[in-house]
Write a protein that binds this ligand. Structure first.
Ligand SMILES: Nc1ncnc2c1ncn2[C@@H]1O[C@H](COP(=O)(O)OP(=O)(O)OP(=O)(O)O)[C@@H](O)[C@H]1O
Ligand SMILES: O=P(O)(O)OC[C@H]1O[C@H](OP(=O)(O)OP(=O)(O)O)[C@H](O)[C@@H]1O
Ligand SMILES: [Mg+2]
Length: 299
């Protein structure tokens, strides 16, 4: 079980979420020896321990109160919760915050030659999947009968070897489907990574640690989506320049030494800064336009 005073966070040991989870924790200021092969690693500068496990084990570890927090894909979370509900096992958790990585969709895909004419044309077919509960829920909600067989990986191979008619698996670029002669016919679930917490293990001390950690996580996410923009603008075009800036932040306007006609404009853009905007700024007479990443943000 968890300790009273150290926050235990479960993260994926290796795979699609592990790099970004590690980056996130690092950017939050957690000092962790990543070369350390220990599966329960101590953070040296905060009362936090990191447990490195298979992502499919993370929801259960949090639901059972073995870990206080977990970073996991919504797909895995939802699948585990449905499965546990069915088995009458503990399935409650709190979704602390959504995270801005691990975006993918759970889709039904069929061989390219299959004639898809709507959901009803899938009635009675068999799908290979790692996510039987999400597939069953979709079938129920759509009013069709679907059969399934369980595969933990390389799901896309199933139709070609006669194991199933189609697949229900995660898609992000669609490259794996294409490489295996499959086409996406229905998106059944959209997923991202989330930070979840146990409903039963939070002591005051651990809540205090989370109260420090959570704003940092939010700050890192905000910084990742934001850019710091610097440029030189003609003084008489300031209003037009401000209008072109993405986001709602007020720009900082600074004088430029020895130039009466130009000013420096700095702004934090919380929305995507497109090449087209840069071209429009250039057309207004702006110069030295720099778009820079932001490492941390608060307030
Ligand atoms: N192609 C993808 N693009 C983006 N995110 C993905 C993709 N595939 C999976 N994910 C997300 O990353 C999570 C982990 O996927 P990954 O393939 O690394 O592990 P796994 O094989 O599903 O699980 P385990 O860690 O239990 O072995 C998935 O549950 C999903 O949320
Ligand atoms: O649409 P794409 O960008 O091609 O990504 C989709 C693939 O990524 C995931 O598998 P992964 O590569 O993680 O392998 P795994 O089956 O070993 O988990 C998923 O299960 C798909 O097979
Ligand atoms: Mg995978």
């Amino acid at each position: 079980m968890t300790t009273e005073t150290r926050l235990r966070i479960a993260m994926q040991k290796s795979g699609r979420l592990s790099e970004e989870t590690q980056q996130l924790l690092k950017r939050c200021g957690l000092k962790l020896n990543v070369a350390d092969r220990r599966l329960l690693a101590h953070v040296t500068n905060m009362p936090i321990d990191i447990m490195r496990v298979r992502s499919s084990d993370i929801p259960g570890l949090v639901m059972d109160g073995v870990c206080d927090l977990g970073i996991v894909g919504d797909n895995t979370l939802e699948e585990t919760a449905l499965e546990r509900e069915l088995l009458g096992e503990k399935s409650d958790y709190i979704k602390t915050t959504g995270l801005n990585f691990g975006g993918c969709r759970l889709s039904l895909a069929m061989p390219e030659e299959f004639e898809y004419t709507g959901i009803k044309s899938l009635n009675g077919l068999r799908f290979a999947t790692t996510y039987p509960q999400l597939l069953k829920r979709f079938a129920q909600q759509s009013g069709i009968e679907l059969d399934y067989c369980l595969l933990k990986g390389s799901v896309e191979v199933a139709p070609r070897v006669g194991l199933a008619d189609g697949i229900c698996d995660l898609v992000s670029t669609g490259a794996t489907l294409e490489a295996n002669g499959l086409k996406e016919v229905e998106v059944i679930y959209r997923s991202k990574a989330s930070l979840i917490q146990s409903t039963s293990t939070m002591t005051d001390k651990k809540q205090e640690i989370l109260d420090t950690l959570l704003p940092r996580i939010q700050g890192v996410m905000k910084a990742k989506e934001s850019k710091y923009i610097m440029l030189h603008a003609p003084k008489d075009k300031l209003a037009e320049v401000s209008n072109l800036m993405p986001g709602k932040e007020t720009p900082t306007v600074l004088p430029l030494a020895g130039r009466d006609d130009l000013v420096a404009v700095h702004v934090v853009a919380t929305e995507t800064f497109f090449w087209e905007t840069m071209e429009s700024l250039k057309a207004l007479g702006c110069d030295s336009i720099l778009v820079m990443p932001i490492e941390k943000m608060m307030g």
